[in-house]
Design a protein around this ligand. Sequence first.
Ligand code: NAD
Length: 435
Amino acid sequence: MKVAVLGTGYVGLSTGVCLAEIGHEVVCIDVDERKIDLLKEGKSPIYEPRLEELLIKNSTEGRLAFTTFHQQGLREADIIIIAVGTPQSDDGRADLSYLEQAAKDLAEHIVRDCVVVVKSTVPVGTNEYVKQLLLGQLKSNVEIKMVSNPEFLRQGSAIEDTLKADRIIIGSDDVSASEKIQEMYRPLNVPFLLTDVRSAEIIKYASNAFLATKISFINAIANLCEAAGADVEDVAKGMGFDKRVGSAFLNAGIGYGGSCFPKDVKALLHTSRELGVPFSLLEETISINEHQQELLVDKALKRFGTLNGKKIAMLGLSFKPNTDDMREAPSIKIARSLTASGAEVAAFDPVAASNARKVIGDIITYVDSAVEAAKDADALFVVTEWEEFKQHDVAALLDVMKQPIIFDGRNCLDEAALKACKTIEYYPVGRPAVI
Ligand code: NAD
């Protein structure tokens, strides 16, 4: 099938590459020339495991192309997938301006009958709005059918998640459009849920809000465990054995971040207010998360009295491991709070430093290894649970620090190795400290 994908971000690029991998002819369109130039050279503008390998393979084999020209990309497409960003507006609602522009671009350049798929995360009713926008501005006399097909991939495992998705949601009021999209995805051999457009739109927000709430719930339990002298890891394990609860997303820590959970919970809250349906649970999810992101700085302040002049090592900057994405990363708030309190910060992240510098700026120093960050530090903050931090020889870090004090915001360091250290102060989340 001939597919065009609008937007080569995490979702659009992963989708485009995977659809080419299963045999479709794909053209990815983006307005960002820098991205398209890189992609044409076989270089991925984002870090995702396996992405570059499949990008090169499918481009070389002639199934994957990139362009900044909508006209060129849309000319032969039977299916057009919209995967542009829907960031958060100032008032919490989803900003649909990229989507509106995408609809305008499509209306101008579509020249044949096609199915338009909205993959971007959009509030309920948006697919109908996009269809009206399209029909109102169409330049050619063609038939357009709409499908809502929200995306569930996780950054850091985007390719794996796309090729082996848990489910594919296909929301459409048109049987032939729904069948066409099923046919496109069939080689993936993933279960489909066929539903109406509005339900498909809500499934995406409901899923993300539920997961974010699960994280805030376990974080609230973690704070309770700390006050009560219990261990949240055991509590979570005990809960997770129950199949009704499940063990996923029960890792206590310094809260969720990223390009999706924060904005999607806020957008759903906004929708609920617009529809006059009270949903204060979401307010609490947000408020617990904001509080949790302050946790390490609060603990350090309690431990030291003041952070003025203290040297802090930060391990990890990206909002989660295996990505260089800094959107809404807890590290941003932590870096700003630390420096505002007079601390000096040296940070190390395996891949996110250059993106971090764009957001955090030069108020902190970016170094090339965990040991370099730890050198002469009064305390070490573990902010992102990169595998290499979990595996790191803790003794080697303590050796170069001024004081052997660790605040582990992800409960990810090897406890046995920590306990083997002669002198250490280790403060995890929701568990007894090791002193
Ligand atoms: P992104 O910001 O990484 O990428 C969006 C891309 O769209 C950019 O490269 C931008 O230049 C391009 N673009 C904007 N307007 C365009 C236009 N008119 N024509 C062509 N290209 C255009 O976004 P993302 O993280 O890939 O997210 C895209 C959507 O998918 C969002 O709605 C998001 O909520 C949703 N989503 C994201 C994830 C994730 O993990 N990132 C997961 C599931 C769903």
